[in-house]
Design a protein around this ligand. Structure first.
Ligand code: ADP
Length: 459
């Protein structure tokens, strides 16, 4: 630090690496290392690459304003405060800006709410400076108004702590997401959705796991299988209540999983879909079939996935038989016009945010009309039309999904959406398109995760 730097008893500083544009710091030549008052200080990452996530309320009188930070841990040290209290603290390195001066300094993190100043500048940070304890604010005066103009998203690259809700931690999709996240220095932890249990408490909602509350994640990636939709949605809802950015919200997952609700929402927003009908009572089966006049028709269990509950009925008689069987076991279903000209092909558009990041054509095996890869179909990269692109993006948006696999069937009367998947697999689309789809997901999280909360209630 330049010899000419004069520092008063209190100065305005900024910590740009942490996304803190202004904070008042008190000089304390009695302390060697500088200290930042933080809370929810949680270490994460591996022993080799230890990081710490913490929350700063830069303005003492405004606890609603919270900045979520993370930094590499460079040490853990026993520190005795001026009050004589000894505690183990994490030490991080960060850039300190004070007036025109900029310097890398060491900071310890500690939670001491009662102190008047959020930051203490110790001797090592002040090395070379002239400390003038009789005056304050010698350097450039900043203020807290700067926080008013910061939007809820802070444009800052930092290590994120990401949780993936999954029952298949070794699947291709999960492995690829972890790989891409780690390339950008993020840390990903897999969480078995079914092992989560919830503390539903308005002041302090938590998700517990294995006898302990889970830490605060910057982002949650839900990969909820159809068999646990209900429970998975409640876990995601709980993370949302904690203020965590969830890649797809609980509500959007619910919208897409209920095939009937999804149809109604999508058709309601003008998305073209095959004509579909739904009835409850066996008394209405005949009338229901009349709504779709052409044969054959497709009957789908509302709970179907991977094409397993999708049946082609060649005649009205066959359709009535299937329907009465479903009704007898109380399995809700929809009846749908059969798009014969699709020839067992459909197009999967992988949507991330407002973009289709990859698209593939899936073809059924042999004489099956279902193109699902799980039922033996094959896939290859395909160019989609402008209309298909628009339909896919709007379909995902209508259901509230940030990441979605939109399945489109090419009919004689134009593209029609068959279904929108909220946990689309990554393997098929990456292999067919040779695109980095997992990387697109990570990029979207980086752009949308909340690093600042202006009206903070929970952290
Ligand atoms: P699932 O959710 O079980 O995968 P889908 O509705 O996606 O059910 O249907 C599975 C496959 O069956 C589709 O990928 C498509 O190839 C075929 N299919 C579904 N509905 C129709 C239809 N109305 N006309 C023609 N083929 C269809």
């Amino acid at each position: 630090m330049n010899k000419k730097l004069n520092v008063g008893w209190v100065e305005w500083i900024s910590l740009p690496d942490l996304g803190i544009p202004s904070i008042e710091a008190k000089t304390d030549t009695g302390a060697r290392t500088s200290a930042l008052h933080a809370h929810n200080i949680q270490p994460f990452g591996s022993n080799k690459n230890r990081k710490v996530r913490f929350v700063i309320n830069p303005i003492k009188d405004n606890p609603e304003l919270a900045i979520y930070c993370s930094a590499k841990v460079i040490d853990e040290r026993e520190i005795t405060s001026s009050m004589g209290r000894t505690e183990k603290r994490y030490v991080i390195n960060t850039t300190l800006n004070i007036g025109d001066f900029s310097k890398e300094i060491e900071i310890t993190l500690t939670n001491r709410e009662n102190l008047n100043y959020r930051m203490i500048l110790g001797r090592s940070a002040l090395e070379g400076a002239i400390v003038k304890p009789d005056s304050s604010y010698i350097q450039t005066k900043l203020d807290y108004d700067v926080y008013k103009s910061i939007k809820n998203k802070l444009k800052l690259k930092r290590s994120l702590r990401i949780g993936i809700l999954t029952r298949e931690p070794n699947s291709f999709s999960v492995r690829r997401i972890i790989e891409e996240a780690e390339k950008n220095d993020h840390v990903v932890e897999t969480i078995d959705t079914k092992r989560c249990y919830l503390k539903i408490d308005s002041s302090n909602p938590e998700v517990h796991y294995n006898g302990k509350p889970l830490p605060i994640y910057d982002a949650i990636i839900p990969r909820i299988g159809p068999s646990i939709t209900f429970y998975g949605m409640s876990v995601v809802r709980q993370f949302q209540a904690m203020g965590t950015f969830c890649l797809n919200s609980s509500q959007s997952i619910g919208n897409s999983r209920d095939k009937l609700a999804a149809h109604q929402i999508l058709v309601g927003t003008g998305i073209p879909m095959p004509n579909t009908s739904f009835a409850n009572s066996p008394k209405d089966t005949k009338s229901l079939l009349e709504l779709i006049s052409d044969m054959p028709l497709v009957i789908k269990l509302l709970q179907s996935s991977q094409g397993k509950g999708v049946i082609l009925a060649e005649s009205k008689k066959a359709a009535s038989g299937v329907i009465s069987a479903f009704q007898r076991i109380g399995a809700p279903f929809i009846a749908q016009e059969f798009v014969k000209e699709a020839n067992g092909e459909d197009v999967r558009c992988f949507v991330v945010g407002k973009k289709v990041v990859g698209s593939m054509m899936r073809k059924s095996s042999d004489d099956d009309f279902r193109s699902n890869l799980h039922s033996g179909g094959t896939s290859h990269k395909v160019r989609i039309t402008k209309k298909e692109r628009l339909i896919s993006i709007n379909a995902a948006r209508s259901l509230g999904l940030n990441v979605a696999g939109v399945d489109i069937i090419r009919s004689d009367s134009g593209p029609k959406v068959l279904e929108v998947n909220s946990s689309p697999g990554i393997e098929g689309i990456e292999k067919s398109t040779e695109k980095n789809i997992a990387g697109e997901i990570i990029k979207y999280i980086e752009e949308n995760v909340r690093l600042i909360n202006i009206n903070q209630k929970k952290y």
